[in-house]
Design a protein around this ligand. Structure first.
Ligand SMILES: [Fe+2]
Length: 147
């Protein structure tokens, strides 16, 4: 059901934003400044362009949105990071989480199409594009950090 898929998406987007912000605050090493800025760009883009819109689409479908750490923790398919990884491991973890988000977005897109919610499907397609771009950029950082 699309509304339930969007609740999972909302929680997972939040988990992704929180983790990226956590990395922004705690990254260290020779690439500190670049990564600090890069992580900032990611969480701002995801927050600004997806969180509120996802929540309001849930309301459009006449369901209430989740809105607590506890509920988001239950729903998110991305797990939180309790430790502070090295910079390279932060990038590897974000790349994997970003792919998890793309897979979830594709699943939501299929549900939207099945329920003839073309507007929501368009929004989800935009978000797949945005995360594909983040995936490419994260991968590019990993190449520079090789060795
Ligand atoms: Fe900051």
């Amino acid at each position: 059901m699309l509304a339930d898929d969007l609740k999972t998406l909302l929680a997972t987007e939040y988990a992704f934003v929180i983790k990226t912000q956590f990395f922004h605050w705690n990254v260290e090493g020779s690439d500190f400044y670049q990564l600090h800025k890069f992580f900032n760009k990611i969480y701002e883009e995801v927050y600004d362009n997806s969180i509120d819109r996802t929540a309001e689409y849930i309301r459009t479908l006449d369901e209430y949105t989740p809105g607590s750490f506890e509920r988001f923790g239950e729903l998110s398919v991305i797990t939180g990071q309790l430790r502070v990884p090295r910079a390279r491991l932060m990038l590897e973890e974000l790349l994997a989480d970003n792919q998890t988000l793309i897979d979830l977005l594709n699943h939501c897109f299929d549900s939207a199409e099945a329920e003839h919610q073309e507007g929501i499907a368009n929004f989800l397609a935009e978000r797949i594009d945005a995360h594909s771009k983040w995936g490419w950029q994260i991968k590019s950082f990993l190449k520079e950090n090789r060795g």
